[in-house]
Design a protein around this ligand. Structure first.
Ligand code: SER
Length: 338
């Protein structure tokens, strides 16, 4: 008999690590993890098996479903916004073809087991593209899910399209060749920039904030490639893992949509630097904007409206900006670099 598992792709990435820890500590599921990279040693205790491989390797994925009955998929693997701009064609392969392959796997699995498969997907503020008029970010504050869906990056285009693929697979797919219904329960959170005390991001455009904090905690100065007045939404990493789990556990009847904004705080880059320098007075932050990355930041909203998530499944971040620094980031990051 196949072993029932929850599959996490992109398991060795930032969100993956936070999610494995959260699920692992609750002991609520058997985890099968998948990533191009090895799983950090301290997380191995929480997983049944880690598979190191490429998501586009359909034979490898096919072999996994002969061994495991996949109950839920957290599909986190993706190339982030900055990396995707270097090789948009590769990003499209990884982000879109990778997701399509997994949606297909989920639909087949649901037919074999004759019951629903949950498919949790992290999307991003990169799906938004704000108009290039001065003050547009303050004019269109608290952007709702269906507004300004005109992404300016390959990553944003990929995420928006994959959201739509997920909705298609769960609501509209007609299996012309089969009488068995497909039951993919696709649920998606659009994350803001994420800040972890234990992992350092690479390849993203919101990375300036966590990079600044991690540099300061190591006693280094930081040359910030975002402008002082840059404002985008952020969230502490434990809240990101909690948001995904909370959405996964929400009763289906309570959900009025399949794609939800979630956010917590929207500090300006200078404001964030002030908090960092207050905590680490030896760190000096200077600003030298990189035009290309700044253009991406300027196209993302200053804040998003996450009221649907709050109403439908009780979303509420545990950490506002102050609490994130005082209760999570500073204690954990000081311990990390001690
Ligand atoms: N953190 C992501 C990035 O910067 C945005 O969701 O690419």
């Amino acid at each position: 008999m196949r072993k029932k598992v929850v599959l996490i792709t992109g398991a060795s990435g930032e969100v993956g690590q936070a999610l494995i820890e959260a699920i692992g500590q609750s002991g609520s599921a058997e985890l099968l993890t998948f990533d191009l990279n090895p799983l950090p040693e301290q997380l191995r205790q929480y997983v049944v098996r880690h598979v190191q491989g490429d998501l586009l390797d359909t034979i490898l994925l096919g072999r996994l479903v002969t061994e495991y009955e996949i109950d839920t998929i957290y599909h986190l693997a993706a190339m982030l916004s900055k990396s995707s701009e270097f090789r948009p064609d590769v990003a499209h392969q990884v982000n879109v073809s990778g997701t399509l392959g997994l949606l297909r796997l989920a639909s087949e699995q649901s037919q074999w087991r004759e019951s629903s498969i949950q498919f949790l997907f992290p999307s991003s503020i990169a799906v938004y593209g704000m108009p290039e008029i001065a003050q547009s970010k303050s004019l269109y504050n608290k952007v709702r899910e269906w507004e300004w869906n005109q992404p300016r990056t390959m990553y944003g285009c990929n995420k928006l399209y994959c959201e739509n693929l997920g909705v298609y697979y769960s609501q509209y797919l007609r299996q012309m060749a089969s009488s068995q219904p497909v039951m993919v329960d696709f649920r998606c959170v659009r994350f803001p920039g994420l800040i972890s005390a234990v992992t350092v991001p690479t390849g993203g455009t919101s990375d300036f904030a966590p990079e600044m904090l991690h540099a300061a905690a190591q006693g280094q100065n930081y040359l910030c490639w975002a402008r002082e007045d840059t404002r985008i939404p952020f969230m502490a990493m434990p809240d990101a893992a909690r948001a995904m789990l909370q959405l996964a556990h929400a009763p289906k009847a309570a959900l009025s949509r399949r794609v939800y904004n979630v956010t917590s705080f929207s500090p300006g880059a200078q404001e964030f630097a002030n908090l960092v320098q207050e905590a680490f007075p030896n760190c000096h932050v200077t600003f030298q904007p990189d035009n290309k990355r700044q253009a991406i930041l300027d196209s993302w909203p200053a804040d998003v409206d996450d009221s649907a998530a709050r109403t439908d499944w009780g979303w509420m971040p545990e950490y506002n900006l102050f609490d994130a620094f005082q209760s999570y980031l500073l204690p954990a990051i000081k311990a990390r670099y001690r």
